[in-house]
Write a protein that binds this ligand. Structure first.
Ligand code: SF4
Ligand code: FES
Length: 245
């Protein structure tokens, strides 16, 4: 396959960016999207040009850093798929593909397609933990957790912190991410000790970082590669109301 790529290039934070056009040659349907960019970058390096900078780590849909907006959709729009797991068989010879970084006030662009998603870490640092005595390992099942609660918590814990929910939201809201993180603890007995301060602190951190608020567009759920449900935003709001009394 030969493809036309229209890619956002930006030299540094705060610098003006622009779209540049590249040709991706010798791409097979078996290449992943990131491998396709690797091929393009090899050609750019051979020509003495700067390669396209993009974030990647696990390339297995686990770490959440492969943040790219492809043809206007975070992670490319294939259901429950991160960019690293998107394959070129989704495209056809001659296609034009637009590639941009996450666009959100809380995620400043560092270079080309790479953004600083440290704001999500600040939300976690504000409350994404439980109190636990260290020492000898406790017995398994020392604190019984009903099966439905465990499953609900695991569904919320599927969030990999990629930030696609923010990039997809017209308000730049991080409420799906924050809702998932609050809900995963709220459903477990171990999460009760700091429950009230957790939700208050995480919501405060969310606002301090410059994220917007949810107005029920559901774009976060549509963009999420892990299928995180907006019911966790409702749980976030309920936990916050409970924390007020
Ligand atoms: S809720 Fe989904 S889209 Fe948002 S950070 Fe978590 S995994 Fe990514
Ligand atoms: S590189 Fe880790 S999820 Fe894509």
């Amino acid at each position: 396959m030969t493809l036309k790529l229209i890619v956002w290039r930006q030299a540094a934070p705060g610098k003006p960016g622009r779209f540049e056009t590249y040709t991706a040659k010798n791409i097979t349907e078996h290449h992943s999207f990131l491998e396709m960019l690797d091929v393009v970058n090899e050609d750019l390096i051979k020509e003495g040009k700067p390669p396209i900078v993009f974030d990647h780590d696990c390339r297995e849909g686990i770490c959440g850093v492969c943040s790219q907006v492809i043809n206007g959709v975070p992670h490319g729009g294939q259901e429950r798929t991160t960019v690293c797991q998107l394959h070129m068989r989704k495209f056809k010879d001659g296609d034009t593909i637009y590639i941009e970084p996450w666009r959100a006030r809380a995620f400043p662009i560092l270079k080309d397609l790479m953004v600083d998603r440290g704001a999500l870490d600040k939300i976690i640092q504000a409350g994404g933990y439980i109190s636990a005595h260290t020492g000898g390992a406790p017995d398994a099942n020392a604190i019984p957790v009903p099966r439905p609660n465990a499953e609900y918590s695991m569904d919320a814990a599927e969030c990999i912190g990629c930030g696609a929910c923010v990039a997809g939201c017209p308000n730049g809201a991080a409420m799906l991410f924050t809702g998932a993180k609050v809900s995963q603890f709220a459903a477990l007995p171990q999460g009760q000790v700091e429950a009230a301060e957790r939700v208050a602190n995480m919501l405060q951190a969310m606002q301090d970082c410059g994220f917007g608020n949810c107005t029920n567009h559901y774009e976060c759920q549509a963009a999420c590669p892990k299928g995180i449900d907006v019911k966790f935003i409702a749980r976030l709001n309920r936990e916050y109301l409970k924390a007020l009394f």
